[in-house]
Design a protein around this ligand. Structure first.
Ligand SMILES: [Zn+2]
Length: 363
């Protein structure tokens, strides 16, 4: 069984308002799930709108990440108050928690992404972290959210850093799926991979303009946020498990194991992982195009103020055994790194990261 997309998608400038009649039919007592203070105003608006439609509505905030501590706490609040749906309004961690909790309690989830930082508003997948932000595992869910509300006015209020992060995460789709799934003889998977190529091209064309632009009436911005928040999700939906993540996400997951004082966004870390994946392809698979891809991506990533080394993520890999720790986690038994069509050993990761970080110090 494969859940390809949310049952209903509202998109555009008044998506939230347009979704209200359906939401009020779906639920009588929703809980609004969120996290960050800077999105409080938007959640207040959602709260008031729902209240004005005579719904019995409450709010709850995550204290940490999409972690078991928060998940249990919110589950209890929902059970105690008999809520009949979750409206997850926030970034990827909030959306992932909302979807996961809704599935556990067998109630519908409405996802309302408040930035373009991930495609979590679309997918039937939740990534679980520790409360310190260390990746634990991803969980496949039975279904995508019941309703996805992709309101451009909400997305406009997000810091531009979230858009850059979303672009890096969406770009990874092509580089990861094309290498892991290119030998799969399944038309739908092949088509999903081709969509990810078009998505990459569109981001290479429009990404920088979208990042630097004013929003209103700007088609680059609109296309880019929808590429990151919707198309990237669709690729996961059509391609399913076979349209896989590979080294970029495996390295992301490993980097999150090192706890740093400054938190970085998912796509910011995936972007660094993507550059490292391409170096691995060059080194282990003799991929001559990988170096070209790195150069092309670096130009865009610099324009988007994205980190391009692990050092820029606040981690010195040459201290505290960090390089070992990252290589160990990247190559652990269940890691996505093993979806690569060539064998990867811990020493390869150590070598590629060490070279990359040293080279970057010099330049
Ligand atoms: Zn991702």
């Amino acid at each position: 069984m494969q859940s390809i997309s949310p049952e209903t998608i509202y998109r555009g400038n008044s998506a939230w308002e347009k979704s209200l009649p359906q939401i009020t039919k779906l639920t009588k007592s929703p809980i609004i799930l969120g996290r960050g203070i800077h999105t409080n105003n938007l959640r207040n608006k959602i709260f008031i709108d729902l209240k004005n439609h005579n719904l019995r509505v409450k709010s709850a905030n995550l204290q940490f990440d999409c972690c078991y501590e928060d998940i249990s706490r919110v589950k209890e609040i929902i059970s105690k108050n008999n809520h009949d749906s979750i409206i997850a309004a926030g970034g990827g961690k909030v959306l992932d928690s909302g979807k996961y909790i809704a599935e556990c309690l067998n109630i519908p989830c409405v996802s309302v992404p408040l930035s373009a930082s991930t495609c979590a508003g679309w997918t039937a997948l939740s990534n679980i972290y520790t409360k310190d932000g260390q990746f634990i595992k991803d969980v496949s869910l039975k279904s995508c959210p019941k309703i996805l509300v992709y309101d451009h006015k909400f997305i406009q209020t997000a810091p531009s850093r979230t858009l850059a992060s979303g672009i890096a995460d969406a770009l990874a789709k092509w580089y990861e799926s094309s290498i892991t799934s290119s030998t799969i003889d399944d038309g739908l998977v092949q088509q999903a991979i081709q969509i990810s190529r078009v998505l990459r091209d569109q981001l290479l064309i429009d990404g920088e303009k979208a990042f630097k632009s004013e929003f209103e009436n700007n088609s680059s911005w609109r296309n880019t946020i929808e590429a990151c928040g919707l198309t990237a999700g669709l690729i996961g939906g059509i391609g399913g498990e076979k349209c896989r993540t590979a080294a970029a996400h495996a390295i992301h997951n490993a980097i999150t194991q090192i706890i740093t004082p400054n938190k970085f966004l998912h796509g910011e870390i995936v972007g660094v992982g993507l550059l490292l994946q391409l170096r691995l392809e060059e080194m282990k698979n003799n991929n001559k195009l990988a170096d070209q891809s790195i150069k092309q991506l670096l130009v865009l990533m610099k324009e988007l103020n994205l980190p391009t080394t692990i050092r820029q993520l606040g981690i010195n890999v040459f201290e505290n055994n960090n390089l070992e720790k990252i290589a160990d986690f990247t190559c652990r038994e269940k890691s996505e790194i093993h979806f690569l069509p060539f064998e990867i050993h811990k020493q390869d990761i150590v070598e590629v990261i060490a070279n990359f970080e040293k080279q970057k110090i010099k330049t």
